[in-house]
Design a protein around this ligand. Structure first.
Ligand code: ADP
Ligand code: ZN
Length: 730
């Protein structure tokens, strides 16, 4: 697609980042290309925008104002502009919000200033201090990146004088960087690892599809450790050879230095990195390099999908079932679905990699809409861990104890052999419930409809919805009786207590996201575990993600029933994915040690437990799909949620009823409206929430129906309405 050029003085539509959306302007001197980021006058202000197309309004040309100037950025590609519009249409997101996501580069509206950046220059200083070492470590960790001095100092947690001192010492140098430095080139000609035969077949298939050009989506399926990453890196190589750009999306938590090292080992340089932890300088640099095509490969979290790649040829969504790909805030979107949309529009190949695909992807692969490639075994190994259920009904379990005798024996065996055990419990904190033994009242959050969770390390109760904390009460806030408040149920911190009591000589480590103040601290702990620095890992779902612990041979799931109940139709699917992932952590030891996964359950005959134990994943997915089909639920029917919130319960409840009563356009396309009902979490941060659910037949024009329905509705002051197309929980 050749970008369209608008000559000086012609009428153009500019998508602004302001609520007004698209406005007409006159093209500036020299004309302007479609997709060009520009600065426009809006009343007395100047606002950013994207040249969106020919102007549409019938506003008098004579009264139109010209664009102030083009911003110092390459135009967004026509394909990307098209994608932004279609993404807004699909998710029913107001265009200005989408424009903001697309114009994510810091300081885009400022002229480029020459800046001084710090680069490595010479030998370590004669006088090495801890602070100096930290600065050098940060530079090392961000190999190839450049920082302005203050930023580098901040990252290292030292004063700017430390950085200046290293410049004086000649270890670092300060250089003029007139613009953002290009990324080192990745070299696809470097040899990859020799592949196993099923890996080779999968890599060949992907390579073929890339050579053919155009869009296609492939499910790359294989258990953790089967070598999926090696395979899709070959697809990246092919994409780079074709001179196009590749994007690999990872769940945020998996964005580790280990992965970047792997890319570097394969291609001789690190890819661009995009996630919440990168600096403003990096953010700016990567955004611009994506737009000019000067970065070949980007590894990022979900929002990387809205980077302005000049020519995207491949999008990999690793762990495609991961719930972190769904954004449920401001803009509601699934990065996995948007990847498929973008691939389709821009002629890119999309690879969805997972051991436990989402039901949507499974069904699309089964119907032939997606291609499917399977890696059968673990690389270099033949077997999954052995699996068994521990029937808790038959175990001696005194109160306050959650490790059954059978599981305890298995842990003890591992301790003797010097192998590691993982006890998995997807509950942060010490105890999920704090209640008064006198009146039975549970302590809840003041602002949310949620119980407060005791966190003993912090010595506070914490709301997992809004993060509010309060002291652990000794007197019941409800009945005033003193000394009867008690924690009920286990969290990982409490489990750690049980481990310490039962295995006093074992080294135990708790892995829970809230216990690590920084990604770096978490990384360090993970590295220590991998090196064998602990005997028993006690972890929440953070352990399910791709960390490789070579000495881990036993996984004990403390409460396999935890996710099985609940009104949520995805409960079974989610539980299945999580337990399959966790169980897969066991038994990566080469040689004879085969892994063992034990699931503690009260219902060993539950279909999810049976599927996990038997390893017959297909049977599970097929049964799950049949159930959804019978109910007309996704992916066979469509769902959309309308979430309403307001500080005043009566206001939101009345409005929700009024909205439901005016839903003619929804009925007209054959969709059902359910509700209004209090949302699954009925109050968050002091706002009462109601939800309406729409279930529509697969082909119904649901977005248009919702838009028609909502268009004439006036919202009461301070009422928030968001539309969630394809909600994750229902
Ligand atoms: P997955 O992405 O399916 O979890 P990986 O690609 O990470 O699997 O592979 C698991 C481990 O096996 C990694 O340490 C990887 O380096 C190694 N590995 C995979 N394929 C090969 C190969 N063909 N040759 C050598 N090592 C391999
Ligand atoms: Zn709260």
């Amino acid at each position: 697609m050749e970008p369209i050029h608008f000559g000086h003085g012609t009428r153009i539509g500019v998508l602004t980042t302001e609520p007004v959306g698209v406005l007409d302007y006159l093209a500036p001197e020299g004309g302007v290309l479609l997709g060009q980021p520009v600065l426009c006058p809006l009343g007395p202000r100047r606002v950013m925008g994207i040249v969106w197309g020919p102007g549409l309004g019938d506003f008098d040309v004579a009264k139109l104002r010209p664009v102030l100037r083009t911003l110092d950025a390459a135009p967004l590609s026509p394909g990307f502009v098209d994608f932004l519009g279609r993404a807004a249409e699909y998710t029913l997101t107001p265009l200005p919000l989408i424009a903001r996501m697309a114009l994510r580069a810091p300081d885009l509206d400022r002229p480029p200033a020459a800046r001084k950046v710090i680069v490595p220059a010479g030998d370590p200083p004669v006088r090495m201090t801890e602070a100096r070492q930290r600065v050098l470590d940060v530079l090392d960790e961000h190999g190839g990146a450049s920082f302005v001095p203050s930023e580098l100092a901040q990252l290292a947690g030292v004063g700017t004088s430390v950085v200046k001192g290293l410049v004086t010492a000649g270890t670092l140098a300060e250089i003029e960087a007139p613009r953002d430095l290009p990324y080192p080139r990745l070299d696809p000609a470097l040899p990859g690892k020799p592949l196993a035969s099923d890996q080779q077949a999968a890599a060949d298939a992907l390579r073929d599809r890339l050579r053919h050009g155009g869009y296609g989506t492939t499910l790359l399926r294989g258990v953790t450790g089967s070598g999926k990453t090696e395979v899709y890196l070959e697809a990246v190589a092919e994409c780079l050879r074709a001179g196009r750009q590749a994007l690999v999306l990872l769940p945020e938590i998996a964005l580790s230095a280990e992965f970047l090292d792997r890319v570097e080992a394969r291609f001789g340089a690190r890819p661009g990195e995009w996630h919440s932890g990168i600096t403003r300088t990096e953010r700016r640099r990567l955004w611009h390099m994506a737009a000019t095509g000067e970065v070949g490969m980007v590894v990022g979290a979900r929002s990387a999908l809205f980077l302005p790649f000049r020519d995207i040829g491949l999008i990999v969504v690793d762990e495609e079932h991961d719930s972190s790909y769904k954004q449920d805030d401001t803009v509601y979107y699934s990065a996995r679905d948007m990847a498929v949309l973008r691939g389709n529009i821009e002629g890119a190949q999309v690879v969805l990699a997972s051991a436990t695909p989402s039901l949507e992807t499974w069904v699309n692969a089964a119907s032939g809409k997606y291609d499917r490639l399977d890696l059968r075994a673990r690389y270099g190994e033949a077997e999954l861990p052995d699996m068994a259920a521990i029937d808790l009904r038959a175990e001696e379990m005194p109160g306050g104890q959650w490790i059954s005798p059978t599981l305890a024996d298995a842990v003890a065996t591992r301790l003797v052999k010097g192998e590691q055990s993982l006890l998995f419990l997807n509950r942060r904190g010490y105890a999920p419930v704090t209640l008064c033994r006198a009146c039975g009242q549970q302590v809840g959050c003041d602002d949310c409809d949620a119980r407060m969770v005791e966190h003993r390390f912090q010595n506070r109760l914490v709301c997992h919805q809004c993060g509010a904390t309060k002291p652990i009460p000794t007197t019941c806030p409800s009945c005033g009786v003193e000394g009867r408040m008690a924690p009920v149920g286990p969290g990982v911190e409490r489990l750690a207590e049980e481990v310490a009591a039962r295995f006093p000589d074992a080294r135990a480590t708790v892995l829970s996201s809230d216990l690590y103040h920084s990604a770096r601290a978490l990384k360090a702990t993970i590295a220590e575990i991998a090196e064998g620095g602990t005997d028993i890992i006690i972890g929440t779902q953070i352990v399910a993600k791709g960390h490789n612990f070579p000495k881990l041979t036993l996984v004990g799931v403390i409460d396999a029933d935890l996710g099985l109940q609940g009104a949520d139709l995805r409960a079974a699917e989610r539980s299945f994915q999580l337990m399959r992932q966790v169980a897969g952590r066991a038994g990566r030891m080469p040689g004879d040690a085969s892994g063992l996964a034990l699931l503690q359950t009260h219902q060993p005959e539950h279909p999810v437990i049976r599927a996990i134990l038997s390893g017959e994943d297909e049977t599970f997915w097929d049964a799950e799909a049949a159930g959804r089909q019978a109910a007309g639920m996704p992916p066979f029917g469509r769902l959309a949620g309308i979430i309403l919130s307001h500080p005043d319960l009566a206001v939101v409840a009345d409005f929700a009823r009024m909205l439901a009563a005016s839903a003619g356009p929804i009925a007209a396309v054959g969709a059902d409206l359910w509700g209004p009902a209090p949302a699954p979490i009925a109050r968050i941060r002091g706002r009462h929430r109601f939800r309406l659910l729409i279930r529509a037949p697969r082909q119904a024009p649901i977005q248009k129906a919702i838009a028609d329905w909502l268009a004439p509705i006036k919202l009461p002051t301070n009422l928030r309405l968001s539309v969630d197309i394809d909600p994750q929980s229902f």
